[in-house]
Write a protein that binds this ligand. Structure first.
Ligand code: UT7
Length: 367
């Protein structure tokens, strides 16, 4: 049975920065309150030209470049997002098209902020079964489009961004060692985007009542989060046959510094064992774990052979943890020029559209 290794990683965040002071001009809040209660100083906000697919594609190209893999080498693309561009087509398919990943199946996965952990696990299981060799897992969000900028309980928390991992089959032991996934739908109403789905399609009333914005019971989510972060980390470690002392770092979902601090105390681990960057990006939901991972690798906090736990929680309710032995890129004789693939993805997409149009003319579009 092959092992599933993380061999590439990349991130992409929009340029515009929204600071706490900027927010204090919009809602009744202040920098001191936000920093003390959440640890957040600033977050990135998508420009009109940024979408989950464009941020996700940029992160994916960087991850493919690290892994030295062409988009056409991919067998599978899983896009984890709670802010898909459409109900359908899947954002994963938009990314597949922008990459020109012509041989890949592509689908979206929605497990909110836990989604990236679920998605890595699904990709790893597909690789270990022998069904596929190369997978791309993306976590991408533009939460700012669903935030009520008059609700100080939520608008201070969220930010936009994307991160991506490449997973590859290898005979070398290591890679994804264990994963646990949990859910409790009875808590679904604690963190929800009530309208816009098939239960409450968009109407004048849903818009008037603000049902297309994120609703959150912050205190309840906080209580739930502090409990499950510790539980799922311990469970995943046990499944991998490891102890917390084996871990180089823990990379938690970046929701709130106080939640991470509570998890550190619950696990009796020093806080500096945790990768934390919530102060610069806020809560980017499913993108927060890969973004934090990319920064940890760039700072040398995660190197080949290190053991790491990814742990998250979120709407659903969902929660989970995944233990991995970090690998880095597999040896490869060739060097892939990723700049060329960004352009090729666009050209290929236009050519396909023209081809479809011409076929429509030949076969009688209206018939
Ligand atoms: O990815 C998962 C997503 N969600 C989370 O992880 C969220 C988990 N929850 C939290 O992070 C925290 O509950 C919050 C940061 C959302 C809120 O912190 P808190 O310590 O639980 O505050 P609170 O809701 O208990 O509010 C305390 C006070 C209230 O005033 P009163 O009723 O005590 O007079 C709020 O009205 O703070 C007030 N408040 C604010 N004040 C200034 C709430 N939001 C703000 C604000 N600025 N932005």
């Amino acid at each position: 049975m092959p092992y599933a290794h993380i061999t590439g990683w990349g991130m992409s965040v929009p340029e515009p920065v929204l600071t706490n002071d900027d927010l204090a001009k919009i809602v009744d809040t202040n920098d001191a309150w936000i920093r003390e209660r959440t640890g957040i100083r600033e977050r990135r906000i998508a420009r009109a030209t940024d979408f989950p697919s464009t941020l996700g594609t940029s992160a994916a190209l960087k991850a493919l470049s690290v892994a030295n893999l062409k988009p056409t080498d991919l067998d599978l693309i899983i896009c984890s997002t709670s802010t898909p561009e459409h109900l359908f087509p899947a954002t994963a398919c938009l990314i597949q098209d922008q990459l020109g990943a012509t041989k890949a199946g592509a689908f979206d996965l929605l497990a909110a902020c836990t989604g990236f952990i679920y998605a890595i696990n699904m990709a790893a299981q597909s690789i270990r079964s022998g069904a596929i060799k190369n997978a791309l897992v993306i976590g991408t969000e533009t939460l700012s489009r669903f935030v009520n900028w008059e609700d100080r309980n939520t608008c201070i928390l969220f930010g936009d961004g994307a991160g991506a991992f490449v997973l590859q089959a290898s005979e070398k032991p290591g890679g994804i060692l264990s994963a646990v996934m949990h859910s409790d739908g009875s808590g679904g109403d604690l963190l929800t985007l009530p309208a816009g789905g098939s239960r409450h399609p968009a109407t004048e009333a849903t818009i008037r009542e603000g049902q297309h914005y994120i609703y959150m019971d912050g205190r309840e989510v906080f209580r739930f989060a502090t409990k499950v972060m510790v539980q799922s980390t311990e469970e995943a470690l046990k499944a991998a046959g490891l102890t917390k002392d084996d871990l180089k770092v823990i990379i938690p979902h970046q929701a709130n510094f106080r939640i991470i601090d509570a998890a550190a105390r619950g696990l009796k681990l020093p806080i500096d064992r945790f990768v934390i960057n919530v102060e610069r990006y806020g809560n980017t939901s499913t993108a927060s774990i890969p973004i934090a991972t990319v920064e940890a690798v760039e700072k040398g906090r995660l190197q080949a052979g290190d053991k790491v736990v990814f742990v998250g929680f979120g709407a659903g309710l969902t929660w989970g943890a995944l233990v991995a032995e970090w690998m880095g890129p597999l040896p490869s004789p060739r060097k892939v020029n990723m700049g060329r693939y960004r352009l090729w993805g666009r050209v290929r997409s236009i050519l396909h559209r023209i081809e479809r149009f011409l076929e429509g003319l030949i076969w009688g579009r209206r018939a």
